[in-house]
Design a protein around this ligand. Structure first.
Ligand code: GLA
Length: 387
């Protein structure tokens, strides 16, 4: 890959790249829609991701190119004039990161050239956008010799997404991509940002991602709506409880104070946030005590809660999970990411993987009318320099 990237860079910019970087995609195993509620998440970094080769320039120009969008050619802008421009399309992600660095007090007078290449399916909910953001942050750190730590790059990448791109996401994706560790998932408390790594002890099972191939149409507006519903629930609970996030509540505390939330929709949204958060801790304990069956059961419960209480699944995701649950060797399955399309994540015994892809694939096509895609994925390290 390093060779391919360097070649691409040379072909486009007619010079040798100084350095090459990689930032993974991520999959969340459990703990969905909890990261903006101060709850726990349990994601891991993948070995698929985004690659970038870069070289510092003497003038103030930034020139970026993506092998994934060759038709857009080289996109060019001045590093001292960072504005979101619709026609710059994907390049608004790296730009957003420069914006976030500027906001943190870093001013750049030299520009750079960078060529990108990614193998994360776009719009599938595996965080291709957070991946290019963290990659850009690392590239800026390295080519300008900055002292910034990975956790700050994670925070700046999130800020880029929130303020520059305009998606009000939590910190899970950027955190998993920056801080991931091979063969480990990260238990992250999004309230305190305390985290620890848990080895993914799957014995003879694998992680399979199934893509519904449904574009996440209204995802952003519905995502923001869920966020405000949770904020509304929190506001109501705060009239009696001294809390700053739903993630602080146990199931019992929540139920004992549920009379404060009259609206049944707001109540269900909050119930998901609280129960999913507790479920995440239970799931990590199950994994650590080698109880994969329990881990799988909690994955199914997570999906049900996202379907019934949080209402972010939809027929494609529900169909994939339902079909998966009928295949021998499947330990657990659930939607992953924001929902409204995107992917499911399943844990499947190795000797059942082929049957899974075949049976779920065929039945999905029959019912939904188009194909799903399947990826047997590996858990890799967070963003790093590769050449
Ligand atoms: C998206 C967001 C994350 C998180 C998930 C839902 O991936 O970017 O911050 O909220 O949805 O768990």
């Amino acid at each position: 890959m390093v060779g391919k990237l360097r070649e691409s860079f040379k072909r486009i910019f007619k010079e040798e790249a100084d350095s090459v970087y990689f930032a993974p995609g991520r999959v969340n195993l459990i703990g969905e829609h909890t990261d903006y509620n101060g709850g726990n998440v349990f994601p891991c970094a993948l070995t698929i991701g985004t690659y970038g080769a870069a070289r510092k320039r003497e003038d103030g120009l930034v020139r970026v190119y993506s092998e994934n969008f060759p038709e857009m050619g080289i996109i060019e802008f001045d590093i001292r004039d960072i504005r979101n421009r619709k026609e710059h399309d994907w390049a608004n992600y790296p730009k957003g990161v420069i914006y976030a660095f500027n906001k943190a007090g870093y001013q750049f007078s030299h520009g750079f050239e960078a060529s990108f290449m990614g193998n994360i399916p776009n719009g599938a909910g595996l965080s291709s956008s957070a991946s290019i953001e963290v990659l850009t942050a690392l590239l800026l750190k390295e080519i300008y010799g900055l002292k910034t730590e990975m956790i700050d790059m994670v925070k700046m990448s999130k800020l880029a997404e929130n303020e520059f791109i305009g998606v009000n996401c939590g910190i899970m994706d950027q955190f998993a991509i920056g801080m991931g560790k091979k063969d480990h998932a990260i238990l992250l408390d999004t309230n305190t940002l305390e985290y620890r790594y848990a080895p993914i002890l799957l014995k003879d099972a694998s992680i399979i991602i199934a893509n519904t191939n449904k574009r996440r149409g209204l995802a952003d507006s519905k995502y923001n709506e869920r966020r405000s519903q949770c904020e509304e629930a929190l506001r109501l609970l705060q009239t009696r409880l001294d809390i700053i996030a739903l993630g602080e509540l146990s199931e019992e505390e929540f139920l004992a104070n549920a009379d404060l939330i009259e609206d049944p929709v707001i109540y269900r949204r909050a119930r998901h946030a609280v129960f999913e958060n507790v479920r995440t801790l239970k799931a990590v304990r199950a994994l650590e005590s080698h109880d994969l069956t329990e881990f799988g059961r909690l994955m199914y419960m997570s999906h049900e809660s996202l379907r019934d209480d949080y209402e972010v699944t939809g027929v494609e995701l529900d169909t994939l999970v339902e079909l998966a649950s009928k295949v021998p060797g499947v330990i657990g399955s659930r939607m992953t990411g924001a929902g409204f399309g995107g992917c499911t994540v399943s844990i499947v015994q190795n000797d059942g993987v082929e049957g899974f892809i075949d049976q779920v694939g065929r039945a999905y096509r029959d019912r939904i009318g188009h194909d799903a895609d399947f990826y047997v994925v590996n858990v890799g390290d967070g963003a790093h320099r590769i050449g």
